[in-house]
Design a protein around this ligand. Structure first.
Ligand code: P1T
Length: 396
């Protein structure tokens, strides 16, 4: 939606778009305010061609189409495409490359993305170099491999470092102008940052997380402003077939309606919990971009609307005590994933990042006492009490 200038800076139509884009009741004969779930895998067509908007559900279906329109609006993109998971979106984006091409990937990424590039894409003849994207000199040197694709997270999983997206885009564009710059925006969502506005080519999401927000759908997305890239993504979406079901699209569209309001609460709760942990005697160090102690506090303040709902921290104890702490949490569940209304804690070294090599984990600060917390929408004082009690049980 256009942003009227007379309302000044800071005005935006994010929630209006999240609630209304893609779901115009006029598109349904019964004018349903909520999109009906269309389970049909095939559609009656007027001509024996592939020209119809809906002809076979892998190519397109009404629920996916509504959702893709809404996602594009939120991301500030001309087009968006949905996939069966975040990894399916990553795999499909990688099909834009050809055997023999290189990917330059940030060393600080979700373990599953590391695994995909290191062990799967390589089987298609696509090799990946991992480098520290916070060190711009190292990044510039690594660009000598002339990557066809550059991949990074703005707020990294799980160490919550901030990649200076504008600086990275400038370095890459200068040295390898035709490299596809892809950002995994899962930890932030377009409510906190819109990478396409800062010059990247593709934004990827694990929709499974905040975008859906209810821990009941697995989905991914790719969004772009480039018509040529969009056409290729659409081709591979249909040709590879890693697409989500109409029901899952319906669920995500429903989840998006409260994205802004949920994110505001996630951010505010995370700040309370981060500040509590920072003053806790059994915690060594807290990683949260909204704390003045974060090494990139200034950068976070400059580029993010708010600091997100993820808090990581090092327990002052042994690896075994850290495991005992996690098992003693009562309100917070020990589990994979993030971004749902319920708080989740995990141990990256043996869970989400266990597939990384020891050296790769060491290099980015994933130790056996690093805990990642997805702060949910519960009362943050209850969460702090839960953390305190589990820490005391495990360590004292
Ligand atoms: O799980 P899936 O929807 O396939 O998304 C993969 C993915 C991609 N990018 C990031 C930044 C992610 O965090 C994930 C999934 N992450 C977890 C399951 C996790 O617990 O971190």
């Amino acid at each position: 939606m256009e942003q009227p200038e007379e309302f000044g800076e800071g005005f935006d139509s994010f929630s209006t778009d999240a609630i209304h884009t893609g779901v115009d009741p006029m598109q349904w004969s019964h004018r349903a305010v909520v999109p009906p779930i269309t389970l049909a895998t095939t559609f009656q067509i007027a001509e024996p061609t592939r020209g119809a908007r809906f002809y076979y559900s892998r190519g397109n279906n009404p629920n996916r189409s509504c959702l893709e329109e809404c996602l594009a609006a939120l991301e500030g993109a001309k087009s968006a495409y949905c996939f069966a998971s975040g990894m399916a979106a990553t795999m499909t984006a990688t099909h834009l490359l050809t055997s023999g091409d290189n990917v330059l990937c940030s060393a600080d990424v979700y373990g599953g993305v590391f695994r995909y590039f290191k062990y799967c894409a390589v089987k298609m003849g696509i090799s990946t170099t991992f480098v520290d994207f916070l060190d711009l000199a190292k990044l510039e040197a690594a660009l000598d491999c002339k990557p066809k694709m550059v991949w990074f997270e703005v707020v990294t999983n799980p160490t919550l470092k901030i990649t200076d997206i504008e600086a990275v885009v400038a370095v890459v564009r200068k040295k390898v102008p035709d490299a596809l710059i892809c950002v995994d925006n899962t930890f932030l969502t377009p409510y906190l940052l819109r990478p396409l506005d800062l010059g990247v080519d593709i934004v990827m999401h694990s929709i499974t997380k905040y975008m859906n927000g209810h821990s009941d759908v697995l989905m991914g997305s790719l969004a772009t402003n480039d018509a040529n890239i969009a056409q290729q993504i659409k081709f591979f979406q249909m040709a590879l077939g890693a697409v989500p079901s109409p029901f899952d699209c319906f669920m995500v569209q429903r989840g998006l309606k409260t994205l802004a309001i949920r994110l505001r609460e996630h951010c505010s709760n995370a700040k309370v919990v981060a500040e509590y942990l920072e003053n806790h005697p059994l915690i060594d160090k807290v990683l949260y971009p909204g704390l003045a102690s974060h090494s990139q506090y200034g950068l976070a303040k400059r580029i993010l609307r708010d600091n997100g709902g993820m808090v990581s921290f090092y327990v002052k104890g042994s690896g075994e005590q850290t495991k005992t702490f996690l098992k003693n949490l009562k309100i917070i569940s020990l589990g994979f994933s993030l971004g749902g209304y319920e708080s989740l804690a995990e141990l990256p070294c043996t869970m989400t990042h266990s597939m990384m090599t020891d050296e790769a984990r060491d290099a980015i600060g994933i130790t056996n006492t690093l805990v990642r917390l997805s702060v949910g929408l519960e009362n943050p004082t209850d969460l702090s009490r839960d953390l305190d009690s589990a820490l005391k049980t495990a360590i004292l």
